[in-house]
Design a protein around this ligand. Structure first.
Ligand code: PLP
Length: 379
């Protein structure tokens, strides 16, 4: 039999899944490793989706999505970030990952280089490799508050560099880039003639400060915004997100959707429309719950004197553990204390001494899980 694709065979498996698989065979495990809201989708969104199905939204939609949904998304982004988008700038996708994958593919050819954060969401590397492009990691240094440094980025530029991928609020760090930094990054991209793929799927989960969108600083159509309903509205299973880009690129992304998935599911697009046009107190209630979880986590970690990055946004915490290999550490924590966390190495080579915990877990699980972590570190 001929060999299966070498590219796919060579893709690295996520270390989060590895811990999840190990945990699945054990009883009574406290799970702090999964980045998924613990809430159910708000009922008014579910109701709207049921109505939409009954009204016949059961068929293909245009590749970039339903015009009415693209319009409400453009309107809300214009209001939130003082933009001048039209529905033609918006493409509904299969989750934020669908927006990310099609945007990267639409921007690169084989061998083009994409700068990705270290630490950063594991899917970035995989997505870039699937596009036959080359991921190059830029380190987010603790000494600089985990904010990208322009001089570090400059050192990575080659004639092949095409895209700078940024993520704020950050998974796994919880950092939120101030507007001035966003502006600097967009200016940098302009200077080196790069595109920016700005992953802003956690834009509404902010504890301190304000989210700045890279789109606000884009003067010439080089920023692609990646957004999602998954985290903001607890809609991970609906698989709906969107890319926001200048029209020629938006058309490329929609064309790729034709090749891969045709479009996001009609019912999910209608649910997304209800999410945006409906009351937003559900978003605020979930945000508050994550913030309280963050405060509980800080208390427990402080009581053990453990170092961590206090998250300003998203729902993760990047915790320093005294070890040389965070994957081995995470396995030990699981076996000895029955606590599942994501090993830092999953997010890049700079994560050797860190683990990531999810604040979207139940509060008591966070309290007890971190207490057990503290006991293990002490012993
Ligand atoms: N970007 C980041 C940083 C994420 O953490 C995730 C999900 O965990 C996504 C994008 C994509 O999420 P989805 O495809 O569910 O919208």
């Amino acid at each position: 039999m001929p060999e299966l694709s070498k590219l796919v065979a060579g893709l690295k498996r996520s270390g989060i899944r590895e811990i999840g698989d190990l945990a699945a065979g054990m009883e009574g495990v406290i799970s702090l490793q999964i980045g998924e809201p613990l809430f159910s989708t708000p009922p008014h969104i579910i109701d709207a989706a049921c109505e939409a199905v009954k009204a016949g939204f059961t068929k293909y939609t245009p590749n970039p999505g339903l015009p009415s949904v693209r319009a409400v998304i453009a309107r809300r982004l214009n209001e939130d970030y003082q933009l001048k988008l039209t529905p033609e700038n918006v493409v509904l996708t299969v989750g934020g990952i669908g927006a990310l994958a099609t945007a990267i593919r639409a921007l690169t050819d084989a061998g083009d280089e994409v700068l990705i954060p270290d630490p950063g969401w594991p899917n970035y590397e995989m997505t870039v490799e699937c596009a036959d492009a080359v991921p190059r990691r830029y380190e987010l240094d603790q000494a600089r508050g985990f904010i990208p440094a322009i001089e570090d980025l400059e050192k990575l530029i080659t004639p092949k560099t095409k895209v700078l991928l940024i993520n704020s609020p950050s998974n796994p760090l919880g950092t939120v880039f101030p507007g001035a930094i966003m502006r600097e990054l967009v200016d940098f991209a302009r200077r080196y003639d790069l595109y920016i793929v700005s992953d802003e799927v956690y834009e509404k989960i902010i504890y301190d400060g304000k989210h700045a969108s890279a789109l606000s600083f884009d003067t010439d159509g080089r920023v692609v915004g990646i957004f999602s309903f998954s985290k903001t509205y607890a809609m991970t299973g609906w698989r709906v997100g969107y890319a926001v880009a200048a029209e020629p690129l938006a058309r490329q992304i929609a064309k790729l959707q034709e090749a891969y998935v045709s479009s996001a599911a009609a019912v999910s697009q209608k649910a997304a429309e209800a999410a945006i046009t409906g009351a937003q107190d559900c978003v605020e209630n979930m945000r508050k719950a994550y913030e309280e979880n963050r405060n509980v986590a800080c208390q427990v970690l402080d009581s053990f004197g453990i170092n961590y990055q206090k998250p300003l946004g998203a729902f993760y915490m990047w915790v320093e553990v005294n070890c040389e290999d965070s994957t081995e550490f995470a396995k030990r924590l699981l076996i000895e204390q029955k606590v599942a966390v994501a090993p830092g190495t999953t997010f890049g080579p700079s994560g050797k001494r860190h683990i990531r915990i999810s604040l979207a877990s139940p509060r008591e699980a966070i309290r007890e899980g971190l207490h057990r972590l503290g006991l293990m570190l002490k012993s």
